[in-house]
Design a binder for this molecule. Structure first.
Ligand SMILES: [Zn+2]
Length: 204
C-alpha cells in the first residue's frame, strides 16, 4: 500500500525527493510525496508554513509528515541535536540553537491531537554530507565538522552545478547502491531520522 506523506523541505523537488526515496527504503513500502499547493524555499519557509501545511494535510486525510531542513551550522552555532536538549518555545528568528528542536517546536499541537505523526529530519551539516559519505569521500575530521555548504555541494555535484533533474538522478542513483543504507547509518543525524520513521510502523 502506498503511504502518502506530507513532506516540507527546503527545496521540494530535490530534498523532498531524497527524503521520499529514503522513507521508501526505511519503511519498505511505496511512499507518495504530498505538498498540496504549498511551495517551500529555504529553512524559514518550512517552519513558517508548517502549521498551515499540516492543517491542510490533515484535512485531506494525511497522517504522516516530514519536516526537514539542513543543519547548515558552524562550530559555534546550531549544534547537532542531543537527546538531552530541553524543548524551548518556538522562535522563528532563533538562528543559533539546534535545528531539530527548532523544527519540533514549530509543529502545532493540533496536528498531534488529530493523530498526525511527524518525522523531523536535519542532515548535519547538509544532505550532501550524507551523499558524500555514501560515495566514500574522506574527510579530515568527522564529516559533521565540514561546515561550508557551497563547498560540500560543489564537491558532490561538480562545477558548474548540473540542473536539478540531474542532481536528483545523481543522488537517487547513489542512494540505490546496496551499501548506501549501511553508510548512512554511520551518521548520527541519519540514524535519528530512521529511528523516527521506523516508529511510524509501530504506531499504526
Ligand atoms: Zn535539539
Amino acid at each position: 500500500m502506498t503511504l502518502r506523506v506530507a513532506i516540507a523541505s527546503e527545496y521540494d523537488l530535490y530534498d523532498g525527493e531524497i527524503y521520499r526515496f529514503l522513507l521508501e527504503k526505511i519503511l519498505a513500502q511505496p511512499v507518495e510525496r504530498w505538498v498540496g499547493d504549498y511551495s517551500f524555499t529555504g529553512n524559514r519557509s518550512v517552519v513558517k508554513l508548517a502549521p498551515a501545511f499540516l492543517a491542510t494535510a490533515a484535512r485531506v486525510g494525511i497522517r504522516h509528515a516530514v519536516l526537514a531542513v539542513d543543519n547548515d551550522g558552524g562550530a559555534k552555532r546550531r549544534p547537532e541535536h542531543d537527546e538531552g536538549h530541553a524543548p524551548a518555545p518556538f522562535d522563528i528568528d532563533d538562528d543559533v540553537r539546534c535545528r531539530e528542536c527548532w523544527l519540533t517546536a514549530s509543529i502545532p499541537a493540533r496536528w498531534s491531537t488529530l493523530g498526525g505523526m511527524t518525522c523531523v529530519v536535519v542532515p548535519v551539516q547538509v544532505v550532501e554530507t550524507w551523499l558524500l559519505c555514501v560515495r566514500g569521500d574522506e574527510f579530515p575530521r568527522e564529516p559533521e565538522r565540514a561546515f561550508d555548504r557551497r563547498a560540500l555541494k560543489t564537491r558532490f555535484f561538480g562545477k558548474p552545478m548540473p540542473p536539478v533533474s540531474t542532481r536528483i538522478e545523481m543522488a537517487i542513483e547513489l542512494l540505490s547502491a546496496p551499501h548506501a543504507m549501511g553508510a548512512l547509518r554511520k551518521r548520527p543525524s541519519y540514524l535519528r531520522f530512521e529511528k523516527r520513521a521506523v516508529a511510524w510502523k509501530s504506531a499504526r
